[in-house]
Design a protein around this ligand. Structure first.
Ligand SMILES: [Zn+2]
Length: 641
């Protein structure tokens, strides 16, 4: 079904295709994940998760909103929030990447059917939204704070980019083109002098500009970014920091407010900085992100410490039991850091992407792809109730994975991320290939001189740290294979083409040589579990310790303990015992039961007394696996003796 005439269009198969930067991303036609941890998730995505989302947008009426709009049944028939359209679009982005990845003809038929329904709802001037502008509905752009019209367009445009760069120009891409032109007309220099309460249009327009080659879309993205932060939106109960309209992007020093909004805005700003070759803006954004990572990020890589406003907390305000850490914020943070990686070539960004993939994104969906975490707490104090499988959860912070949510941004975000995951694995330069994320994969691309280079990766990472790269096709001249050695992987070794393994430092390890087909590079990352302690300024977990194993944050779950996780403390003077054969690795620690008697007043000097029981061994599981065995309590940070 691929229209070969479209394969020459900019950025084929790539979610992002910057025109400059240190590294050039690869497309889904150049990288194929062939199995392993992420291959399993792509398989579940393609066979269940995406279809689950399709079923829900139908049963809950969000796809039907487009029909109701055409048939004159609005406003009464509208279902969902003002941004319900966006989840249909995000689902279609997932479908587009999946169709591009697998050629799934049935899914393509369903994509075209959805396209036809959406096309009918588009106004002659390009405007497209089921919640505004019809008799009885609020006028267009009358509620930029909460209406999400441009936010929804952003997801529509990203879906259009996915479709255009896989299948090619079709009716759906034409819808998107009309919307993008409409936005430039309505919000351009002579248009409405404001922005959307929820950023997302910026990152989408910047990429649409890359795809079309038309600078007017980039100019519009730049305009939205420069307008923001000057109080152009109305004040609201959470304050203007909630939608980043408190401080201009170039003057901000750290991310604040609603985490997903702040991160989508940053992703768009990185794109604009890269396309404009604006080193000053890129430096500002790098500084904002490094401060945000250093002071406002959970061990899992999760972002957002407040349930109120779904927002970042203050510096070091990272309560584990109130962590919001929305799945979408993890995905948005991956969008930002992957862009930074491509722009700078610095592998520390690859480390962050890996942390967020394994410990936020992978934690959200159930194994069967039919229920999800929206928030990702680091400490569940009480066992939750199992949500019914056929009811949308009214609460984002459901204590067990729910099939759908009244605000259901996360499931479709997981779907589009899994479908396009191959794009995060590797990149290319004129004289080399860089591996950033490790999964069994086949990679075939061309170096700067046009010579074909192909390799494949064998690994069962993260169960073990053995990564074997085989060169399948090469040019005669030397080129460089770069391997990311994560910051936690002290003692990693590399063996090249049968030579002895040598120790390599963390960071980017470059192997440059004349390759022959069949050459093998073996990277060995030490996976023995390790203790991790917090910056003492993170008050909420002071005196606690966590366990990590490779890229995985480990968690204690009451199912394995037989009692609440709140009733034990850990002996960090006792060894950690690795069990690599268990799933993706489990670790045993020694814990001591601790009982504290209730007192009428829980504060005293000396502190209320406690009694300790007998030490025993208990296993920790990878955090992403928690809550798969029914209601339980869980914690990542364990109080030390
Ligand atoms: Zn979400």
């Amino acid at each position: 079904m691929t229209d070969t005439s479209a394969t020459t269009l900019a950025g084929h198969g790539r979610p992002i295709a910057p025109s400059r930067g240190v590294l050039r991303p690869l497309g889904l036609d150049e990288v194929t994940i062939t199995g392993g941890f992420w291959g399993d998730r792509q398989r579940v995505n393609g066979t269940a998760l995406i279809q689950h989302c399709e079923e829900w947008v139908e049963r809950i009426g969000w796809a039907g909103n487009f029909d109701a709009a055409v048939e004159g049944r609005m406003p009464g028939a509208h279902t969902g929030k003002s941004f319900a359209d966006s989840d249909v679009y995000k689902l279609m982005e997932a479908m587009a990447w999946e169709i591009g990845r697998t050629g799934d003809a049935e899914m393509d038929g369903r994509f075209r059917a959805l396209t036809a329904r959406i096309a009918r709802a588009q106004e002659p001037d390009g405007y497209l939204n089921t919640n505004f502008g019809r008799p009885g509905q609020a006028p267009r752009y009358s509620d930029l704070e909460w209406g999400h019209e441009l936010y929804s367009y952003g997801h529509l445009i990203q879906a259009g980019i996915a479709r255009a760069r896989t299948t090619g120009e079709d009716e759906f891409v034409q819808i998107v083109r009309r919307v993008a032109d409409h936005v430039c007309e309505a919000f351009g220099p002579d248009g409405i002098q404001s922005v959307d309460g929820h950023p997302e249009i910026e990152v989408a327009l910047a990429e649409w500009s890359r795809y079309t080659g038309d600078p007017k879309y980039l100019a519009q993205a730049r305009l939205f970014i420069e307008r923001r932060g000057h109080g152009v939106l109305g004040d609201i109960e959470f304050g203007r920091s909630y939608f980043q309209d408190d401080v201009p992007v170039r003057e901000a020093t750290v991310l604040r407010g609603h985490a997903v909004r702040a991160l989508y805005l940053t992703a768009g700003a990185v794109d604009v900085a890269v396309e404009d070759d604006d080193a000053e803006l890129l430096d500002i954004l790098r500084s904002q992100m490094s401060t945000t990572v250093a002071r406002r990020t959970y061990l899992t890589g999760g972002m957002g410490a407040h349930h109120e406003g779904e927002s970042f907390g203050l510096d070091h305000e990272l309560p584990p039991d109130r962590s919001y850490s929305e799945t979408c914020a993890g995905i948005a943070s991956i969008m930002v850091h992957h862009r930074m990686l491509l722009a700078t070539g610095e592998e520390g960004y690859g480390d962050l992407v890996e942390r967020m993939l394994f410990n936020v994104v992978a934690a959200s969906p159930a194994e069967d792809g039919r229920s999800f975490f929206y928030t990702n707490t680091l400490h569940q104090r009480e066992p939750g109730a199992v949500p019914p499988p056929d009811v949308a959860s009214p609460r984002a912070s459901s204590s067990l994975r729910a099939p759908w949510f009244n605000v259901s941004c996360c499931p479709t975000n997981v779907a589009r991320t899994f479908a396009s995951l191959g794009a995060y694995l590797a990149s290319v330069t004129d004289d080399g290939i860089q591996l950033h994320q490790y999964a069994p994969a086949m990679i075939a691309t061309a170096l700067g001189d046009g010579s074909a280079v192909a390799l494949h990766v064998d690994t069962d990472y993260p169960r073990t740290g053995s990564i074997r790269v085989t060169v399948d096709e090469t040019r005669e001249e030397p080129w460089a294979l770069t391997l990311r050695v994560p910051a936690w992987a002290e003692g990693a070794t590399v063996a090249v083409a049968g030579s002895d393994a040598v120790a390599v430092p963390t960071g980017a390890h470059v192997v440059e040589r004349s390759w022959a087909a069949g050459d093998v590079v073996e990277l060995e990352l030490p996976m023995q579990p390790r203790w991790t302690r917090p910056d003492p300024r993170v008050d909420a977990v002071r005196g606690s310790v966590a366990v990590e194993r490779g890229p995985l944050v480990m968690a204690l779950e009451s199912v394995d303990l037989g009692t609440s996780v709140n009733d034990v403390i850990v002996r960090s003077d006792q060894p950690l015992v690795d069990h690599p054969a268990q799933f993706d690795g489990e670790v045993s620690v020694t814990v001591v039961p601790e009982a504290v008697a209730d007192a009428p007043w829980p504060y005293a000097n000396p502190a209320p007394s406690r009694s300790a029981g007998d030490a025993r061994s208990v296993k920790l599981i990878p955090y992403y696996r928690w809550a798969r065995r029914g209601p339980s309590t869980m914690r990542v940070w364990l109080p030390e003796v």
